[in-house]
Unconditional design. Structure first.
Length: 239
């Protein structure tokens, strides 16, 4: 694996900070100053930071967060607004799998396995994402348009599933969608394109990981079965 990943897996720093350590010449491999991007075998190579040997890579961690509205999916915010990292354990090297926009709620995966996170969000993997949008407007007509496919500025969107049910509030509807593309603000832009006002948007599942009864702002480790299924997606590109 790459040296910055080995440092992150050992709990030394995030991958970005690990790259900075390597670039600053503070990391050695078998007594020689490491190069950015250099490959290592942590089980055989002697890796040190500032002359201190690092431990063996720790097991990767996976969490699911029920992201609340009004929270940023980012590491830090210059304006001091809450980020998703305020709601999960402070694991070194933890990163999010894709993004949810500021007001969108629901399933957000986080992991210390940065390569798996990248593969899960790559378009070729095609992971199913399930959403429920609480909307106002001519929902039955809009749903028919969505089923037929809607052309957005970055391409055609044709959800795998589109269902409509009455919402909890007067004159609202819950529009349930299953999509695979994972484009930026895709569901909100899709609804806007067919004349629907989005009042609330919740991602209820990402691949095999369901929101279930997880409270808003709460997180939990993935189960062994969920981890197995998620990692299978990174290998096969199918769910």
């Amino acid at each position: 694996m790459r040296i910055h990943r080995a440092l992150a897996r050992a709990g030394i720093a995030s991958r970005r900070k690990a790259e900075e350590l390597v670039a600053a010449g503070r990391v050695t491999i078998n007594g020689t100053v490491a190069r950015t991007g250099q490959s290592v075998d942590p089980t055989r190579d002697a890796i040190a930071v500032d002359g201190k040997a690092i431990g063996q890579p720790v097991a990767t961690r996976w969490f699911v967060l029920n992201k609340p509205p009004g929270v940023l999916t980012t590491r830090s915010d210059p304006e001091g607004r809450d980020t998703v990292f305020a709601f999960v354990p402070p694991e070194p090297g933890l990163t999010y799998v894709g993004r949810l926009d500021y007001m969108t709620e629901g399933v957000l995966l986080l992991t210390t396995d940065g390569e798996a996170a990248h593969r899960l969000t790559h378009p070729s993997t095609g992971v199913q994402r399930s959403y429920v949008a609480t909307v106002r407007g001519s929902v039955k007509q809009a749903a028919a348009q969505i089923r037929a496919g809607v052309e957005l500025e970055d391409g055609l969107v044709t959800p795998e599933s589109v269902q409509v049910s009455p919402g909890d509030r007067p004159r609202t509807w819950d529009l349930s969608l299953v999509i695979r593309e994972g484009r930026t603000r895709e569901v909100r832009r899709l609804c806007e394109a067919v004349g629907l006002e989005v009042l609330r948007l919740v991602r209820t599942a990402f691949g095999p990981v369901q929101l279930g009864a997880l409270a808003s702002g709460a997180s939990r480790p993935l189960t062994a079965r969920e981890r197995e299924l998620v990692l299978a997606l990174t290998q096969s590109g199918h769910d």
